[in-house]
Design a protein around this ligand. Structure first.
Ligand SMILES: Cc1cc2nc3c(=O)[nH]c(=O)nc-3n(C[C@H](O)[C@H](O)[C@H](O)COP(=O)(O)O)c2cc1C
Length: 204
């Protein structure tokens, strides 16, 4: 498992001052070099008892407004975020030996955004999202599968349930980690200050 990485060191002279631009640069390279789901990110939330939990979701879009993913608002993560909107996103891109950590706060996306995304989904995904009680115990899996199948095969229009939609994560910090040869890893932390983003290198 232990190997030396031979990626390009993260030269501070080439670091974007704007973390969204730095993210865009790395994300585009991840899309090019990663074999699978470069947009998969680990989302961590924390409930009111301060117990953290993590799961993978797919990043569907990002802009200066925030990072957007879609889910069931009644799910475990949805319940956590209602109680505590603090959230962290983590990308691991092994092909380029990079990690990006983003911390911030999540709010629900505008209905129109969720509506637009849902309407473009395949009918199978729509049916599953419409009928799934995500994160609740499932005792009758066959019944659920039959219901999904019947809905897919019906003529019925599948509408977005109001408990399904997007979250927008507004970052307060980014950390870019570049694995280096001989464990000489580079790390840069961007923190949002009153006058913009402050960048500091971190010990590896
Ligand atoms: C590659 C991958 C992509 C996933 N994408 C999503 C997603 O975009 N939205 C989502 O709700 N769940 C997604 N999941 C499922 C979640 O990891 C998780 O099982 C589900 O959201 C329930 O999480 P919760 O109980 O913590 O709320 C994905 C899982 C994997 C492995």
């Amino acid at each position: 498992m232990r190997k030396d990485y031979s990626p390009v060191p993260l030269d501070p002279a080439h670091l974007e001052q704007d973390p969204f631009l730095q993210f865009a640069k790395w994300f585009d390279q991840a899309l090019e070099f990663e074999q699978m789901e470069a947009n998969a990110m680990i989302v961590s939330t924390c409930d009111l008892s301060l117990r953290p939990s993590s799961r993978v979701v797919l990043l569907k879009s990002y802009s200066r407004e925030g990072f957007v993913f879609f889910t069931n608002y009644h799910s475990k993560k949805g319940r956590d975020l209602t109680a505590n909107p603090n959230i962290s996103l983590l990308f691991f891109w092994p092909a380029t030996m990079r990690q990006v950590r983003i911390e911030g706060r999540a709010h629900k996306a505008e209905e129109a955004i969720s509506e637009e995304y849902f309407s473009g989904r395949p009918r199978e995904s729509k049916a599953s999202s419409a009928l799934s009680r995500q994160s609740e115990p499932l005792f009758e899996k066959e019944q659920f599968n039959d219901n999904v199948k019947n809905l897919i095969e019906s003529d019925q229009e599948i509408l977005r349930p109001t408990h399904w939609g997007g979250y927008v994560v507004v970052p307060v910090s980014f950390e870019f980690w570049q694995g280096g040869i001989g464990r000489a890893h580079d790390r840069y932390l961007y923190k949002k200050g009153p006058k913009g983003w402050n960048i500091s290198p971190l010990y590896p």
